[in-house]
Design a protein around this ligand. Structure first.
Ligand code: ACO
Length: 334
């Protein structure tokens, strides 16, 4: 039986920083309000000519280098994004794969908003455990600044750009394998978080009126309540299913949407402060990229060691949610 090992992590954050102070000159808001309600201080914004695939390529290069897997051994590339280079085709994963010279590896995108990375982790796990693939590159990459309405203070304060990537490889050692991944979705809450224009669900005349407008819209307060409820329930279930207690988790890495959501979920799960990984202050919400970017921060700060157990937990538009129990299993021990 093959197991799916989380071998490596990489991330890329664009240089340009957009601070709360900057935003207070663009919309009716203040640093104090944003900090108190979200915990966010700044976010990074990609250059105008930098695409989502450009961000993804930089993160993926690092992940491949650190994995010990040769580029020509990667047999699948999956990208989670809601801000793809092109809305219909080609997929961002295909572009990333080609820019990296990965030959004819299978490549496709998935759309699960902020839960995207947990979804692609579950897909990679399934392909590897079935024996169909051996080395899968998974990428969460977002240029959310391209689909953010910078006149809407309810959303523009939240989002940032960035990418994170990981290599998941087959192993015969069960101890190294991803323990479990849970994913779910409920379309009855679809209107809480939407980009209403740009697809077949939007009438053509409204598309013409709002030429190219494909911005995120969110009912923030309702989303907040569902997020806390769903994230907590999901983690309780995955821990119980696997007979793992919260004090056995080395690193709890929730999707970085809002410090108050993370705090409420962490408290409900009785997580100690040192278990909870926080990057929301410096990156804001980078949707499908937020979890791998947070893992990479820990790795680069020397805080993530071989064999340590990570608990991932995410929630996003759709609505979608997911959680995962993942030992860090690099080929060369750190
Ligand atoms: N600056 C100042 N005031 C503001 C701002 C702002 N940037 N934004 C809203 N307000 C005002 C509102 O107009 C409202 O004013 P009123 O009371 O006069 O009507 C007041 O602040 C309170 O607004 P709420 O929306 O109730 O504020 P809340 O405390 O809920 O915070 C926030 C808003 C930060 C958006 C929060 O609801 C949130 O984080 N929601 C969840 C986001 C999330 O997790 N999304 C899921 C993932 S995203 C994805 O999938 C892509």
């Amino acid at each position: 039986m093959a197991y799916a090992a989380f071998r490596s992590i990489g991330a890329y954050v664009p240089n340009k920083i957009l601070t709360n102070e900057d935003l207070s000159k663009m919309v009716d808001t203040t640093d104090e309000w944003i900090t108190k309600r979200t915990g966010i201080k700044e976010r990074h914004i990609a250059a105008e000519d930098e695409t989502t695939s450009d961000l993804g390529v930089k993160a993926a290069k690092l992940a491949i280098e650190r994995s010990g897997v040769e580029a020509n051994e990667i047999d699948m590339v999956i990208c989670a994004t809601i801000s793809p280079d092109y809305f219909c085709m080609p997929s961002t994963a295909t572009i990333i794969s080609t820019k990296l010279g990965l030959g004819n590896a299978t490549a496709f995108d998935i759309s699960a908003a902020c839960t995207g990375f947990v979804y692609i982790l579950s897909i990679a796990k399934a392909f590897i455990e079935s024996g169909m693939k051996k080395n899968i590159l998974i990428i969460g990459a977002e240029k959310l600044s391209a689909i953010t309405d910078y006149t809407d203070r309810g959303t523009c304060i939240l989002f940032g750009d960035g990418a994170g990537a990981a290599v998941i490889s087959a192993t015969e050692n069960k101890e190294e394998g991803i323990i479990d991944v849970h994913t779910g979705a409920d379309g009855t809450y679809a209107d809480l978080l939407m980009t209403p224009n740009g697809g077949t669900g939007s009438p053509h005349d409204s598309l013409e009126q709002e030429a190219g407008a494909c911005y995120m819209q969110m009912k923030g307060n309702e989303t907040f309540k569902v997020a806390v409820r769903t994230l907590t329930k999901d983690v309780v279930e995955i821990l119980a299913d696997n007979n793992i207690q919260s004090d056995q988790i080395d690193h709890f890495i929730p999707h970085q949407a809002n410090y108050r959501i993370i705090k409420a979920v962490g408290d409900a799960l009785k997580m100690k402060e040192e278990q909870v990984v926080l990057t929301v202050a410096k990156y804001g919400n980078t949707s499908g990229a937020s979890i791998p970017m947070a893992i990479n921060d820990m790795y680069e700060q020397g805080k993530l060691k071989s064999g340590e157990l990570m608990l991932l937990d995410a929630f996003g538009g759709g609505l979608t949610w997911g959680s995962a129990l993942v030992p860090f299993s690099p080929l060369s021990k750190v």
